[in-house]
Every structure is written in C-alpha cells, then in structure tokens.
Design a protein around this ligand. Structure first.
Ligand code: F6R
Length: 607
C-alpha cells in the first residue's frame, strides 16, 4: 500500500524524504510525490511511475531551496487511475495546505457534495483532495489548523494515515492515523513520521507506535501526541528498534525475495529464541489463556496457507479442533457460532491487513479471545489482539511473502507442541523428538538450499513458457500446493491453480493436455500411494508431471526433483523453499519485477 514519510529537522529534507520513500518501495506503488515549503509557498512535485521519475522532475524544479521540512508519498491507486493528477500530495483550493494520505475515506462523496456546493473545485478523483479541502473549509471557523484538522478527521469515516503541511507553519508536520500504519521516529534535532520504520531507520531507532484516533504535531525539536477526540495530550512509551538497515537490505543477493528465501534457516533459529526451556517449548504469551476447545484461524493469502498447514499439527499433536477461514469471508459471516472456550488466531505478517484486522475486531466483539501471530512489532493486529506471538523473522521487503510463511509455520508447530503439553496430546519424549527435528532444520536447510536453487533454475528454463500450471498435494502438502500456485502466479503472471490432489478427477482434470503441466508434491508420507494414483491419472491424459519428492522413491514422471527427507508434516519446511525458488527462477528468467510484482502491495490496508 501507499508509503508516507514526513520529516522536520536540520538536514536537506527532500533527499531524506526521497530516500525514505525508497526504503518503503517494497509496499508497492504506481506514482510518487513530495511537498515542501519555501519562499512563503508550499511546493508540490509529483510523477507517475518509479521514484526515479520523481527525482528527474525534482532535478528540473527551480524552486528546490533546500527546505528542512518536507513530506513524501508513494501511491498505490485506490480512488482514480495511477496518473499524476491523482498522485499525492494534494493541495487545498487556496494552496495553503498540502496532504498525503494512505487509506480510504469512505464518505468522501458526501463530503465532496458539501464542498462543491460551497464552490470548491477538484482536479483529482481522490478522497484525499476532498479531505484536505474539508480542512481548509473547517479552518474558517476554527482557532487554528490543528483544530480544523481534527474536526475534518472526526467527520471522515474510513481508514487513514495522513500528513498535513500548512503554508503558514513551514517547519511543522501534522499527522494522524486510523486503521492504517503510522510510526513516529524521534531523532536528535529531527523528527519523522512514516508508514514503516525502515523509512527513517538510518537516522533513529527510537519510535512511538501511534494509535488509532491520535494526532501528532511535530517540528525539528518538539512533538506532541494528542487525542483526536478532544486534543488532550497523550503520553507514549518510546520503543527502541533492535534490528538495523543491514536486515532491510539485499546483502549481495539479486533480489530481496532470493535473500529472504535463503534467510529461512536463520528465521527458524530466531523463531526458537526465548521459546525453549529444559528441552520443552515455552510460550509465556499463551500461559494466561486456556487451551482452546476449538480454534478459528483467520488470515489472508500466504498467511492463510500457513493456517491451513498449521491445522494438521494443531489437530494431530495438540488435539485442538481447528477451522481455517479467509479473513475477507470471516468478517462478513452473518453469524459465527462461537462456543465457550473457543479462540481465534489471526495470522498476518504485516499486522496491518485490513480484512484480518476487521476479523479480529469482529471476533473480539463476540467476546472471544483473539491471539495474533504477527511479524511486524507494534502493528495494529499485534496491538489489538488479546495476546500476540511474534514470528521474529525480521523485515520482509519482497512483496511476495516467503520467510514469513516459514516463520509462521514454525510458530504454529511450537504452539501445537505447547498445547500438546498442556492437553497431554503428546508425551515429553514425543515432543522432544519433534523439537530435535525442528532444531535440526536450520543446518539441513543451509546445506540443501544451494542444490535446490540449482534444480529450480534448471526446471524454470524448461517450464517458463508454459501458460498454465496445476499444483497438487494431499494432507499437509495441500496448503503447500496452494502456496506454490500463488507464488507462481503472483511473480510470473502464469496461471496456476493449487488443488487437493484427490479433487482433480471431480472436474479440473478436464483441462489437462500436453501443454498443461502439473507440479505434484509427492513426498514420502502415508498419503503417497494416493498421490501417485492422482499423478498417474494426469499422465494418462498426456499431462507432464514434475514430482517434488524424496530420494529412493520410484517415480516415472517427466521431471523428478528430490529434496531431503523429513517425517511429515515437518517435510513442509523443505518443500516450501523449493516451491518458492521455482517461482522465483521462472519470474526472474521471464524478466519480471520479482520484488514488486505488478498490481500487488506488501501491506493490504484496504478491503
Ligand atoms: C503473497 C502475499 C500475500 C499476503 C497477504 C496477507 O505472497 O504476500 O498473499 O500473504 O496479503 O498479508 P499479511 O500476512 O501481511 O496479513
């Protein structure tokens, strides 16, 4: 989604803002812009496309007068096409105010009608231009711009993270949030506000996680956080960020995605940190909660696939019945029938996904405890959940999620073992054996990843021109088949469908012909004979099969890809990077924008 940064300090502000926007590029965007004050005016420069286009325009801008206060925006179109007139910042009619905005003002059409009746004109199709003009209008009867800003926000329904600059106060930035991320960074003689921490991390690690319904007024040396409702001051804890820019950079890899795939051994190690004591799992975050009688897992996209995978472990090891549902469906169910001792688990890498957040709120309204499994510390979901488990995977920059899924799978495995202890679903010895296998994963993966990468590269050359793909799996491999298909389509734009292998003959098999290959997860587990039958059915229709399998199994298929053997369901930790690497290599070979696939955003803060 859109990226925002505001800066007030002592450095030339435009380069700080542009570099900040660059570090937010992973969020996905289609246009960008900056605003800064100088010579008594507010200057706005905007461009469609990548940041380089904006920089090019700035280089020709005569009014660049090294301001020390500026704000910038990368836009991912929601209202209106991705063209310059819709790019942010937007100015009010009298040119006194400029605004950048992430989110959607749902009642902007009604507000616009009122403003049009008063003579306001609009040059864009955006809700943001309505909001900034509403502030101009409310300022006529308000003591100052802060009161006008607050009043306009109280009238706006929807989601927003906004920054506002006023021509009359050149060194000041106002900002506010409602269900969209906004973080305040405190430097020395400089202050920041941004959609995510990397935007300002080279300058400060001290942050305040702003909350919904808060406004901040910042200058180079001062800041005030206020309640939107009545502008009462609010005191916040200042957090120190432990990770650094190194963790958010490519470290020699061709793409962030590749780096993040190769980080998975470390992600597993870090996921264990603080979660083991005397050979058993400790999850202090869960100690105060009862073991759920039934768990509802709610998530979107890749996180949803993790949930489907985790169900097998939670049911098998901990004997907790699990339902898994897509958040955008769950939130609009007319009646979710919760029983006493039910629990909801929301899974979200970003912790900001609008549908998952709404599902969390809906469940909380029903009085059900909601556990959050998040990567981004201090994110909305992490803050609103009854308890939160962090995946500790570090920043995931590539839009396509990879290491986050691995970290979610690890945490789901640890949760299953933890509840298995409390539920007596497994003996201590069984838990220890499983933990030993999990603890061995980092070394196993470190050793296996280079060869897997090589095999992925070979197969990608053979299949890159294919237009359609099936991914099949059974049991714990079914969610991985879904994930394999999602990765291939989102990165390379090749049509791919994930299916439960047993479901093929109920319709989809009609599509099979020699040009429609099938990627089968044929790992050495109890369901393998069934999977082999499904594979043979595909081959009987002249379908080509790539079998992701283990050494020593007798497979008669077009292409065999052998990966190290692990007992099911832990084998998923090895199969997952194979699927990711195959999609990565196909997309890279086809020359696609691997880290920022078209039409996608890292953090989906609209429904
Ligand atoms: C796919 C992908 C998306 C996300 C989904 C949920 O590669 O990244 O499908 O998994 O948008 O995002 P989070 O986990 O941040 O809630």
């Amino acid at each position: 989604m859109c990226g925002i940064i505001g800066y007030a300090g002592h450095r030339p502000a435009v380069p700080v803002v542009i570099e900040g926007l660059r570090r937010l590029e992973y969020r996905g965007y289609d246009s960008a812009g900056v605003a800064f004050s100088g010579h008594g005016n507010l200057h706005v420069v905007r461009a469609t496309g990548k940041l380089a286009a904006l920089e090019e325009k700035l280089a020709h801008e005569e009014s660049v007068i090294t301001p020390t206060c500026a704000m910038g925006h990368t836009r991912w179109a929601t209202h209106g096409a991705p063209v310059e007139r819709n790019a942010h910042p937007h100015c009010s009619n009298d040119g006194s105010l400029a605004m950048v905005h992430n989110g959607i003002i749902e009642n902007f059409q009604e507000l616009k009608v009122e403003l049009v009746a008063k003579g306001y004109t609009f040059s864009s199709e955006t809700d943001t231009e309505v909001l900034v003009n509403l502030i101009e209008e409310r300022r006529k009867n308000a003591p100052d711009v802060l009161h006008a800003f607050a009043e306009a926000l109280r009238e706006a329904h929807g989601t927003y993270a906004v920054c506002l600059m006023d021509r009359a106060e050149p060194g000041v930035i106002y900002a506010a949030r409602m269900s969209a991320p906004l973080i305040f960074g405190l430097g020395t003689g400089e202050n920041f506000v941004a959609s995510d921490i990397p935007a300002f991390l080279p300058f400060t690690r001290k942050v305040i996680f702003l909350e919904d319904g808060e406004i901040v007024r910042l200058t180079a040396t001062t800041y005030e956080v206020l309640h939107l409702e009545d502008l009462r001051p609010k005191v916040h804890e200042i957090h120190t960020i432990a990770w650094d820019m190194q963790a958010a950079q490519k470290s020699g890899y061709r793409h962030f995605m590749l780096k993040e795939i190769f980080e998975q051994p470390r992600v597993i190690l870090d996921g264990f940190a603080g979660r083991m004591h005397e050979g058993d799992v400790v999850l202090k975050e869960l100690d105060a909660l009862p073991v759920p009688r039934r768990l509802h897992i709610v998530a979107c996209g890749t996180s949803y696939h993790s949930g489907l995978w985790g169900r097998h472990l939670l049911e098998h090891w901990a004997h907790v019945p699990v339902q898994v549902e897509i958040a955008s469906e769950f939130r609009y169910r007319e009646a979710v029938l919760f029983d006493k001792d039910d629990m909801v688990l929301v899974i979200s890498q970003s912790g900001e996904t609008a549908d998952t957040l709404a599902a969390l709120r809906a469940a909380k309204k029903c009085g059900v405890p909601v556990l959050g499994l998040c990567n981004v510390v201090g994110s909305s979901i992490a803050r609103e959940a009854s308890a939160v488990l962090y995946t500790q995977a570090g920043p995931e920059i590539s839009v396509a999620s990879t290491k986050a899924m691995c970290s979610q799978m690890l945490m789901l495995a640890l949760m299953a073992l933890y509840w298995a202890r409390r539920n007596e679903g497994m003996t201590l010895q069984e838990r220890r054996t499983t933990l030993a296998l999990l603890a061995g994963l980092p070394d196993l993966l470190d050793a296996a990843l280079p060869a897997m990468h090589q095999r992925a590269r070979e197969l990608s050359r053979k299949y890159a021109q294919t237009r359609n793909f099936f991914y099949l799996g059974r049991g714990h491999c079914y969610p991985l088949a879904l994930e394999g298909a999602l990765k291939l389509k989102e990165l390379s734009y090749i049509h791919a469908e994930g299916y439960a292998a047993g479901e093929m003959k109920h319709g989809p098999i009609a599509l099979i012909d020699p040009s429609f290959p099938t990627f089968v997860l044929a790992l050495d587990d109890a369901l393998l004979p069934k999977v082999v039958s499904n594979m043979v059915e595909v081959q009987a229709r002249q379908g080509k099969v790539i079998a992701l399998t283990n050494e020593g199994l007798d497979m008669h298929v077009e292409d065999i890809w052998e990966i190290p053997r692990l007992p099911s369901p832990l084998a998923g930790f090895v199969a997952l990077p194979a699927l990711q690497l195959f999609s990565y290599e196909v997309a890279d070979y086809l020359g696609k924008d691997v880290d920022q696939p078209r039409n996608l955003a890292k953090s989906v803060t609209v429904e």
